[in-house]
Design a protein around this ligand. Structure first.
Ligand code: HEC
Ligand code: HEC
Length: 327
């Protein structure tokens, strides 16, 4: 009996050791220690931001690795071992309540991050990320520096582009609202500037567009489209006031294509994000149709004779009467 007991004890110790050795020690000893081509050392500020990231539990919702099977949802780059060189503790994470952040650097400019950390609902109305306003400006700046470093040298290239275009956008903004809109439109390729909306401006399209607007745009561009959403005080340049586009309706130029192009690609250097990852083509046309109807009081000529939608204002009144339910 005794002999059998000790065989069981020694046997199970060996089993535990074998499992630990093969899944922990062996990989740790053979981990390549070479940094990847994208890796670079972190600055002091970025390291402080990393400590904030750990301390505030960002890993509970965000991962930092792209697997081969994650490729194809807008991911920049599949993770390599050397990307994590000298990172202790590693922050791979196992939850994706929020998006993966391994390539977050340079995706947005700093002013977007400021508004987003103060209250994520400002930049993404349906976000469930908690507010981090209580951290105060200094710690938010540290976190921003850290997030902008994610992706290493690749992120540095994106951040440099944000800064370069950001300087141009701020200069245009300072020239006044109409000059700014002219500058914005001059950067939209002619192909898009001369394209009317490609989705008929029907009642259904405008209502779908309104839903998209409430879910994605209202925190910046504001409930009445004047650019005064709650994020605006934290942003430079501030969000476009759509009602001004009234003054930019000229012969041969269509608003539909311009809106589509700007919404799809975003405006690098400004807080205006690109929506090609979030919205399929039809919804981008729909939100453009909504903006034209609700804020510019305009319909691209092409469909003027096809179907004039029920006046948007009338619809809203009707809905108020029926207690918010859509007729
Ligand atoms: C409860 C879950 C949760 C926690 C905790 C959380 N986030 Fe998020 N985060 C989200 C969700 C959901 C989104 C997507 C919606 C949005 O943009 O807010 C997001 C978006 C982001 C984005 C934007 C990504 C992009 O490409 O648009 C960044 C950057 C970010 N979070 C950083 C952080 C940092 C840094 C912390 C810790 C201080 C943190 N998050 C904590 C859930 C979370
Ligand atoms: C985080 C803030 C933010 C969010 C969210 C946002 N925008 Fe913007 N948007 C901006 C800023 C800032 C500008 C102006 C940049 C400038 O003036 O250089 C802008 C500009 C635009 C323009 C360019 C207008 C023109 O005439 O060229 C369009 C169109 C636009 N936004 C549509 C949208 C739509 C539609 C959504 C939602 C799907 C949206 N935006 C969400 C901040 C935002």
């Amino acid at each position: 009996m005794k002999a059998i007991n000790s065989i069981i004890i020694i046997g199970s110790m060996l089993a535990v050791f074998a499992a630990t050795f093969s899944t922990v020690l062996w990989p740790a000893l053979h981990m390549p220690s070479e940094p990847s081509e994208a890796w670079r050392p972190m600055t002091r500020l970025e390291q402080e931001g990393r400590a904030e990231y750990v301390g505030n539990g960002c890993t509970y919702c965000h991962s930092q690795y792209i697997r081969p099977q994650d490729w194809g949802v807008g991911a920049h780059r599949i993770a390599k071992v050397g990307d994590y060189h000298e990172q202790r503790p590693h922050l791979l994470g196992s939850e994706r309540t929020g998006p993966d952040l391994s390539e977050a650097g340079g995706e947005h400019p700093n002013d977007w991050h400021l508004a987003h950390f103060i209250n994520p609902r400002y930049t993404r109305p349906r976000s469930l990320m908690p507010r981090f306003e209580y951290l105060g400006r200094a710690d938010i700046d540290k976190l921003t520096a850290y997030v902008q470093s994610l992706g290493g040298r690749n992120a540095d290239d994106r951040v440099a582009a944000q800064n370069r275009y950001g300087a141009e956008a701020v200069a245009a903004y300072r020239r006044g609202p109409d000059a700014n809109i002219e500058w914005l439109h001059s950067r939209v390729p002619v192909y898009w500037r001369t394209m009317p909306t490609q989705t008929p401006v029907t009642r259904a399209s405008v209502l779908r567009g309104e839903k998209v607007y409430q879910d994605y745009c209202v925190g910046c561009h504001g409930p009445v489209g004047d650019g005064n959403g709650p994020a605006a005080p934290h942003l430079m340049p501030t969000p476009v006031n759509f009602t001004l586009l009234q003054r930019h309706l000229v012969e041969g130029k269509y608003i539909g294509g311009i809106l589509y192009y700007q919404i799809m690609n975003g405006i690098t250097g400004t807080a205006m994000p690109y929506f090609k990852k979030d919205l399929e083509s039809a919804k981008i046309w729909d939100v453009g149709n909504f903006i034209e109807q609700a804020f510019i009081n305009h319909v691209d000529d092409k469909f003027r004779t096809v179907e004039i939608p029920v006046a948007y204002e009338g619809e809203k009144k009707q809905r108020r009467k029926t207690g918010g339910e859509r007729p």
